[in-house]
Design a protein. Structure first.
Length: 435
């Protein structure tokens, strides 16, 4: 069902392009970093943009007897975006694809489709979107465009807890008070299974929302959705937000991948745990200085009727062993991303285009959580320092490098699954070119 809806959305977008081509389109403008604007004599608008990001990363152990060094080079992102509106400006759309073969959190991902949705402005203050897009119930860093990140990679809080993209209904509003303050409420109703679900959806729906408060008015040039203060806000700008979501019946660790983890009852019918998440965050900018703060906490409830788990090969088992004891609820929690984290990052962009940035991320796992996995997680402290050079006055071209120090508190493994004793050092470099 969902793949049919995606095809329908794509057909709508394609149809709008054909319609535009029949109405004397002209290139209205081109701005480096912002793409090409094409208009016609009816008022329709199409904007075509994209960016590339070649990337290098090295991981090594410090102060340990083991020698462990891993280096990789890859195309981090290669994205193309088509967006615009019809002659009736209340209707708009976006289509975005990534041809790099890499997911947002650097895992391998052959799904190229990122965004495919249509929007309708119900009033001048309220807009509804339907399709696949970034969700409003993630932490604030997921509001930020990938080409505008302050550091080379998103924080470990994002990789641990964010869903990133979902399919469903998204409603957003913008309300201004008499004294120039703004409230921006958001509502989300999705399938809760992440992006590009081709098979049947699992479990129930995911419902959630967010409320943002801007006490000093709107950011300049949509600066709320970019990390670094490239416009050098002349007056302080601040947004404070809170979000909550509840996923009824989740079949993965955090709601990104439908059908990855399944459970059954005595009748061999699927019965899945519920997953909830809430968070607080803020973004501040003033005269080249920016600061981002985020907090996220997750939890799960496990139905008592679960009696079987489905293995990777499709077979089933009635065993839910936790350290030699049959403990079904905690076995299930141990396969989910349950815990809390906070992330604080800040930086200053000098007038010569050089930005110096720092970040600290802390993750605290619940006693039973996949965040205790020694190979991929079980590392509570991340310290990052970065240096960037902006080659344009916007995010059109830049070179970034950063170094992350990861403290080993014991119980971590290398990529081969072998225990290691040293702290980790991760160095990264990325080049961004936007067109």
């Amino acid at each position: 069902m969902k793949n049919r809806l995606l095809l329908l959305l794509f057909s709508i977008l394609l149809g709008s392009q054909i319609s535009l081509a029949q109405k004397n389109p002209v290139i209205d403008s081109y701005s480096f970093g912002n793409g090409i604007r094409i208009t016609d004599n009816t008022g329709s608008l199409v904007r075509i943009s994209g960016f590339i990001q070649p990337f290098a990363e090295t991981k090594m152990l410090l102060g340990a007897e083991e020698e462990d060094l891993a280096t990789r080079f890859r195309m981090r992102r290669l994205r193309m975006r088509v967006e615009g509106n019809t002659a009736n400006e209340r209707f708009s759309y976006r289509f975005q694809a990534d041809l790099s073969g890499t997911g947002e959190e650097l895992e391998g991902n052959s799904n190229f489709l990122l965004d495919a949705y249509v929007s309708y402005s119900i009033t001048n203050r309220i807009k509804a979107s339907f399709g696949q897009r970034a969700t409003f119930t993630d932490n604030r860093e997921l509001f930020m465009n990938s080409y505008s990140l302050q550091l080379v990679e998103r924080s470990r809080l994002t990789s641990a807890f964010a869903t990133i993209r979902e399919f469903g209904l998204f409603v957003e509003g913008t309300f201004r008070t008499a004294n120039g303050q703004y409230f921006k409420p958001y509502f989300v109703l999705t399938n809760g299974d992440g992006l590009n679900v081709i098979g049947r959806d699992r479990g129930g729906l995911k419902v959630g929302g967010r409320i943002d408060y801007l006490p000093f008015g709107l950011f300049t040039n949509l600066g709320q959705f970019n990390q670094v203060d490239v416009v050098r806000e002349l007056t302080p700008k601040l947004v404070i937000g809170a979000n909550y979501s509840h996923n009824q019946g989740m079949s993965s660790r955090r709601g990104r991948e439908s059908g990855a983890i399944l459970y059954l009852d005595n009748n061999n019918d699927e019965l899945l745990p519920n997953f909830s998440k809430y968070g607080l965050d803020f973004l501040f900018k003033f005269r080249g200085f920016s600061m981002l703060g985020e907090f996220v906490k997750t939890g799960a409830t496990v139905p008592e009727g679960i009696t079987q788990r489905v293995r990777i090969d499709g077979s089933t088992s009635t065993s839910f062993d936790v350290n030699g004891i049959e403990d079904m609820p905690n076995y299930i929690r141990g396969r989910m991303m349950i815990g809390e984290a906070y992330n604080i990052q800040f930086g200053y962009l000098f007038k010569n285009g050089i930005s110096v940035d720092g970040r600290y991320t802390y993750i605290r796992a619940d006693q039973h959580s996949f965040l205790n996995n020694g190979t991929f997680y079980n590392r509570p402290n991340y310290y990052t320092l970065g240096l960037s050079k902006y080659l344009a006055r916007n995010y059109g071209a830049k070179i970034q490098g950063d170094v992350t120090y990861v403290r080993n508190n014991g119980g971590i493994n290398n990529n081969a699954g072998l225990p290691v004793t040293g702290n980790e050092l991760i160095s990264r470099m990325i080049v961004t070119f936007t067109f």
